[in-house]
Each structure stands twice: as C-alpha cells, then as structure tokens.
Design a protein around this ligand. Structure first.
Ligand SMILES: NC(=O)c1ccc[n+]([C@@H]2O[C@H](COP(=O)([O-])OP(=O)(O)OC[C@H]3O[C@@H](n4cnc5c(N)ncnc54)[C@H](O)[C@@H]3O)[C@@H](O)[C@H]2O)c1
Length: 348
C-alpha cells in the first residue's frame, strides 16, 4: 500500500500540531506536510504534541511559507494528498487590520478549495463559532443551529464567514459542472482548550488563562458575575472530528458541508474555576475576583455560546466523547506538571 500524504496548513499551531501528532498515532507511516508561516505557531508545539501522543519525534516536512504565497493547484497535484487540513489563519481576534485578516483567512481559502475540488482531494477547514456573532439563541441560552450564523461581531468572524460563502459557491459550481459536490467540510470550532495552546499567549483559552492564574497563586479574575457560558471543547475531540470529516473516522463517507464542532454543552466561567480547584485538590471553593466588563466590549461580547451538534452527528457520524469539565481537570493536572509553561504567564 502506498504511503498516505497529508497536508496540514497551520500545522505548527495549537490545534494543527495536535492533529499532526494524531495522524502519526493512527498512521505511523504517513507523510505529513506542514505549511505554516510561524506567525503564532512554533516548532515547540510539534515537539510537545508528538511527545504527548507518544509517537516519537516529528518526522514530517515543514514549509515555513504563507498559505497566501503558495501555488495551490500544482502543489495539490504534485503531492496527491489523501486529505488537506486547512487550519492556518490569523487567530488573534483582536486584530483590527481588516485587509490582512481577510487576505490571510479568506482569500487564500479560495485557491486551496478550488485546487482540492479540481484534483478531487478531501479538504477540511477550520471555520469558527465567531461566524454566529450574537444570534437570537444566545439570549434564550439555546444551542446554535447551523443556519443561525452569518452576523459575526468582528472581522475575524467575518473572515471565517467569507470562507463558508466561498465554500458554498465552489460547491455549487462543481455540482453544476461535474454533477456532484466536492468533498469539502467546514467545521465551526467553538472554544477549544488543551495542550499546546500556551504559545498563543493572550489568545489561549479561558481554561488556560484561569488555570495559569490559579497555578501561580493569584485569584482568578472574571467579568461579573462569572455566569457567562461558552461551549468549551477539548482539543482531542476537535482533532478526532476533523479526521472524521476527512473520512478517517467511523463513517468512511461523511457528507460535505458546514458543521458545528463543540462539546454541545455550555460551561460557565465559574464552573471552569471550580473544576480547576478540584483538579488541584483544593479543599475549599476557589475565591474569584469579579470586575465589571468594560463598556467598549459589552456590545460585542459573546455571553453565551453552545453548539447544536445534531447535524454533525448526522453528516459526519461523529459526536464528542470528552466531557468538558472532566477534560479540564485532566488538562489542569497536565499543566500543573509543566510549570515552565504557565510560569511564563502563558507565553512559553
Ligand atoms: N482555538 C480555538 O478556540 C479556535 C476556535 C475557532 C476556530 N479556530 C480556528 O482553528 C484554526 C487553528 O487555530 P489555533 O487555535 O490552533 O491557533 P494557532 O494560532 O495556534 O494556529 C494557527 C496557525 O496558523 C499559522 N498561520 C497564520 N497565518 C498563516 C499564513 N498566512 N500562512 C501559513 N500559516 C499561517 C500560525 O503560525 C499558526 O501556527 C484557525 O483557523 C482558527 O481560526 C480556533
């Protein structure tokens, strides 16, 4: 049997490095090609992820290039990958340079998706819960169905929404020209947490930020009154669903489309803090320092997010297997054993 080739853009990032390591765990002989310009990624993520999965040293190829500079059609034709996983993006949601955000996140996607559709290679890409902005379901504290997206609150969410609209356009034109939709799956990641996120610094998850505060002896700080709730999903679930979307899960022929990828549960910030306390064996509940949310962010703040996972199950045959609070406890124990990460204040 010939060696499977996988292209992972953003493969040196938090989720990408975990995906690379899991590919090696499942297919030790795989040829993994990482394309990453190291804007927020690091070689250290690949080292950490491979070590955590016990797959030996990273042995893939790394192209330290921007996805915007690549000539995608010949690259995909030449490498003949089994699948392309497109995770590269500007992930700092506070970046206000709209042109850069749209160039990197949205414009490059068109080339990648067209090349994959043309050559007939499965493409799985990272969209985001940020495509929802604040849908009516948030006020009712209900799970977000797929069709509720499209009114993002920031340019990052808008860039992901543009990827999805391009996806729809390319799928439609292939259906008309070739009689079938290309194998392209967009996954709206919700709030992902887990190992290898430390190098994202201030963009790392709330779970990580709060764990760092507690581990370094500070009182965790939360916007009043800590009941804000988000769908927190463990990185191993995100990786497993991403692979399932490429037909590497239980269902060999997942249905192309756009799906939610969350835990399906909303976890409050207060719950996160208390689960950190449990993980660290604290006898008393952890005391929180509450403060008022600045007026400037109030209008754009996602007070509640929760993924409706029913379509994901139907289309991809995949459901989350990690309870977020349990996964948080295991993750906090992982961090506690690695003080070199959190002692540097989240920017190891
Ligand atoms: N972590 C989350 O909670 C979350 C939530 C929703 C969506 N996502 C999406 O998941 C994907 C991975 O995010 P992450 O959390 O691992 O963040 P990350 O910042 O660790 O990973 C992004 C990677 O993309 C690389 N990159 C950025 N611009 C690039 C370019 N022009 N060319 C090549 N590489 C480039 C970065 O160097 C980095 O390695 C992103 O697309 C992100 O938008 C993440």
């Amino acid at each position: 049997m010939s060696q499977s080739v996988f292209i992972v853009t953003g493969g040196a990032g938090f989720i990408g490095s975990n995906l690379v390591a899991e590919l090696y765990r499942r297919q030790p002989d795989a040829r993994v090609v990482v394309i990453d310009d190291f804007r927020t990624g690091s070689f250290a993520n690949l080292v950490e992820a491979c070590e955590r999965k016990g797959v030996g040293a990273f042995r893939g190829e790394v192209y330290p290039d921007s996805v915007t500079d690549l000539n995608w059609q010949p690259a995909v034709e030449g490498l003949e990958p089994r699948a392309v996983f497109h995770l590269a993006a500007i992930t700092d949601t506070t970046v206000s340079d709209e042109q850069s955000m749209l160039r990197v996140n949205a414009e490059s996607f068109t080339d990648i998706a067209q090349a994959c559709a043309e050559v007939g290679v499965p493409l799985v890409y990272a969209s985001s819960a940020a495509t929802y902005g604040t849908p009516p379901q948030a006020a009712r504290r209900e799970a977000f169905p797929i069709e509720a997206a499209g009114r993002p609150d920031n340019v990052y969410g808008f860039s992901k929404w543009l990827m999805e609209t391009e996806h729809a356009r390319i799928a439609e034109s292939c259906a008309q020209e070739q009689g079938k939709r290309p194998w392209i799956v967009g996954l709206r990641f919700f709030n992902v947490f887990g190992p290898c996120e430390a190098r994202k610094g201030k963009m790392a998850s709330m779970v990580y930020q709060l764990a760092c505060q507690v581990l370094s002896g500070q009182k965790p700080r939360l916007f009043r009154d800590g009941t804000q709730s988000r769908d927190q999903v463990y990185v191993d679930d995100v990786v497993s669903c991403t692979l399932a979307a490429a037909g590497l899960g239980e269902q060999p022929d997942p249905a192309p489309g756009v799906y939610n990828l969350g835990s399906g549960v909303a976890t409050s910030f207060n719950q996160i803090v208390q689960s950190i306390g449990i993980a660290l064996g604290k006898a008393e509940p952890i005391e929180v320092e509450y403060f008022d949310m600045p007026e400037s962010i109030r209008a754009f703040y996602q007070d509640f997010t929760c993924a409706d996972m029913s379509e994901t199950k139907r289309g991809l045959g995949w459901s989350p297997s990690h309870d977020p609070l349990e996964a948080m406890r295991a993750y906090v124990a992982y961090l506690a054993e690695r003080p070199n990460t959190w002692k540097r204040g989240g920017s190891a």
